[in-house]
Design a protein around this ligand. Structure first.
Ligand SMILES: NC(=O)c1ccc[n+]([C@@H]2O[C@H](COP(=O)([O-])OP(=O)(O)OC[C@H]3O[C@@H](n4cnc5c(N)ncnc54)[C@H](OP(=O)(O)O)[C@@H]3O)[C@@H](O)[C@H]2O)c1
Length: 422
């Protein structure tokens, strides 16, 4: 059996996980898959740093060329993270004919065309299952199992940190700031949580998923993005009264050739399969014209779940007679800048006779009809009370126009959350 020499770019949480899995499961891989690997070099920033798994010092290097220019290394595994130099290193390796296995959604989403072109030109392999939803084989499912479908929509909980925060806000009625602080203490959120809580991480992943699902490149800057920092305990509590659960959803749909790709806080009905996905778990709910609805669920992060996807890709790369690239035919020409759904609208309205009918009148003038309304709590010291509406399906543009017409004297602190109930 041939032993394939591989190199690592990075050896932090994920790199140590991969090293560990190759050590502990190496024998089984030889027996079950007929492949054997040998690590040639591991690029890190600081070769003297203590690592979570014992890595032989002889393998560590701080010179990228020891991996990228080593002619014996056939497959490069990238888990150094960040956009650069990771993207340039991957392109350089691909151009040299080395296959890439990566966990890096940011570099892949932001340099998609260059990375895929480099692989196409050299014929080297490009494998990135671990870049979206850790251990969940969602990329394999879209590329290799659902080819006989036209995927019409996918909706995913694809960021574990925000799902943990929203799950605890829901189960405990806790405030965002308190749960975020807890998540940081537990290592579930970064000291700078921006990439997760502002939806950037989910937007990179949605760019990749929607590109594969619709066979047209959906650049990350075409993904509408809104994070969870504006969500309060009252939103979560009001949603519960309407039978709704709040999630940070990544939503991608194709209707009449127009693609929507958006990441934002979203209510789903309590009975929807995504409502029961709690804590740091991930799930992607896919709708195809032949397969119908299905949900992929599991651990979306962590060293060993992510290493599981990376090593699976490594085996796939090693066994491939010919590397397959994603069937992406063109850029998405038509991206939606408006969409239709039920909207949850919360505002502080003056507690006076006639106010409700004036507010409802503005919605009606924009063709938005109200399905239900609740008044929460008592008047505050400004004589205002919390009003919460659920609309019937309406375009977001109409909702925003209606809200823009509402006089600030009548109602303020206007706030919308989309509801996906299909
Ligand atoms: N953590 C997860 O649960 C998870 C899940 C899915 C995907 N991912 C992705 O996996 C990747 C790695 O994540 P991680 O958590 O393992 O990160 P990490 O612990 O910060 O590890 C990064 C590694 O890359 C090395 N590195 C970074 N920049 C470098 C540079 N310019 N030159 C040389 N070496 C450099 C670091 O070297 P030193 O060790 O010497 O500092 C470290 O070994 C990221 O793309 C992330 O998005 C992570």
């Amino acid at each position: 059996m041939e032993t394939i020499r591989i190199g690592f770019l990075g050896c932090g949480n994920i790199g140590c996980g991969v090293y560990r899995l190759l050590q502990t499961h190496g024998e089984a891989m030889r027996a079950n898959e007929g492949v054997a690997f040998d690590i040639g070099a591991i690029l890190v920033r600081d070769v003297a740093k203590k690592r979570s798994w014992a890595i032989p010092a002889s393998l560590l290097t701080d010179r990228a060329e020891d991996v990228l220019d080593n002619p014996d290394i056939a497959i490069v595994m990238e888990f150094m993270g960040g956009e650069q130099p990771a993207a340039s290193y991957m392109i350089r390796a691909l151009k040299a004919g080395k296959s890439i296995v990566t966990a890096n959604k940011m570099a892949l989403a932001t340099h998609w065309d260059e990375i895929v072109s480099a692989a196409r030109e050299s014929g080297a392999g490009l494998y990135y299952e671990a870049s979206v939803c850790g251990a969940i084989p969602i990329i394999r499912a879209i590329n290799d199992s659902l080819q006989a479908n036209r995927v019409t929509s996918l909706m995913g909980i694809i960021n574990g940190t925000t799902n943990y925060i929203l799950s605890r806000m829901s189960s405990e009625g806790a405030d965002y700031a308190r749960v975020l602080a807890d998540a940081q203490r537990l290592g579930l959120a970064e000291p700078d949580p921006t990439a997760d809580v502002e939806g950037y991480d989910a937007a990179y992943k949605l760019s990749i998923l929607s590109t594969l699902a619709f066979h047209r490149h959906v650049p990350v800057d075409c993904v509408y993005r809104e994070g969870i920092t504006g969500i309060s305990a009252i939103d979560v509590a009001c949603g519960k009264e309407f039978g709704l659960t709040l999630k940070l959803l990544a939503v991608a749909k194709e209707e009449n050739g127009v693609i929507q790709a958006r990441v934002h806080p979203t209510f789903v009905p309590d009975h929807h399969p995504l409502a029961s996905v709690s804590d740091a778990f991930n799930a992607v709910y896919v709708n195809g014209d032949a397969c119908g609805e299905m949900m992929f669920y599991g651990r979306g992060a962590g060293d060993m779940p992510t290493a599981s996807a990376l090593v699976s890709d490594l085996i796939k790369a090693a066994k491939a007679k010919r590397h397959e690239l994603p069937a992406v035919h063109s850029a998405a020409e038509r991206m939606a800048d408006d969409w239709t759904c039920v909207h949850f609208v919360r505002m502080m309205a003056k507690d006076e006779p006639g106010v409700l009918s004036k507010v409802a009148g503005q919605f009606a003038d924009e063709g938005v009809s109200i399905a239900s309304m609740v008044q929460k709590g008592r008047c505050n010291s400004d004589g205002r009370v919390q009003l919460v509406f659920l609309t019937h399906r309406a375009s977001e543009r109409s909702i925003r126009s209606a809200l823009a017409r509402i006089d600030g004297d009548l109602a303020s602190e206007l706030h919308i959350i989309r509801v996906e109930n299909e």
